[in-house]
Design a protein around this ligand. Structure first.
Ligand SMILES: Cc1cc2nc3c(=O)[nH]c(=O)nc-3n(C[C@H](O)[C@H](O)[C@H](O)COP(=O)(O)O)c2cc1C
Length: 162
């Protein structure tokens, strides 16, 4: 009976019954979202979108403008854009964290999400993934390892379409 109730609850919430893997991602223009959806399907994982309180407009994303929101955020290592909803990461033991590469690394909203969840993320397997125009993920991986040394980072995945 308990199992049937759980199956029904999972079906209603669209959570795979054996979900122990979370794919959490931020995507400003949809490319990383598509990669995250594919990854979640492959791993029978729960999908979670990290959404900023204020969405990014095209002007916000203009990397040629040094005064655009993304430029200002990326120029300030302490910047932490606020997130719409908090995530309960406790049920998962493997967490994929996805983002578009911005100026070689992850957007600051990924720091916001990691800062919010850091104590609960300790001991879990953390796998970064990214999409980009052409950059690799290595600089972002190094940055994450250095900034969050208490987390168990594994090799990252660059999921650009070929
Ligand atoms: C502010 C900003 C900075 C970017 N910096 C880089 C970069 O350093 N290297 C790169 O290859 N692509 C860069 N890009 C391109 C994005 O990483 C790429 O288009 C990504 O796939 C977008 O993902 P999304 O649609 O999920 O937001 C940048 C894009 C923006 C908006």
């Amino acid at each position: 009976m308990k199992r049937i109730c759980m199956a029904l609850l999972c079906a209603v919430m669209m959570i795979p019954m054996n979900a122990k893997t979370l794919v959490a991602y931020f995507s400003a223009t949809g490319t990383t979202r598509a990669a995250a959806e594919k990854l979640a399907k492959q791993h029978d994982a729960r999908l979670w979108e990290i959404e900023p309180t204020e969405s990014y407009t095209a002007a916000d994303l203009d990397w040629r403008n040094s005064q655009s929101r993304s430029s200002l955020e990326m120029n300030d290592p302490e910047e932490r854009p606020t997130i719409k909803r908090c995530t309960d990461v406790t049920p998962y033991d493997t967490i994929y964290v996805g983002f578009p590469i911005w100026w070689g690394i992850c957007p600051r909203i990924i720091n916001s999400w990691l800062d919010n969840n850091e104590p609960q993320l300790q001991g879990k397997v953390m796998i970064p993934f990214a999409t980009s125009g052409s950059s690799g993920i290595e600089e972002a991986e190094d940055y994450l390892r250095k900034t969050y040394p208490a987390l168990n980072w594994k090799k990252g995945l660059l999921l650009n379409k070929r």
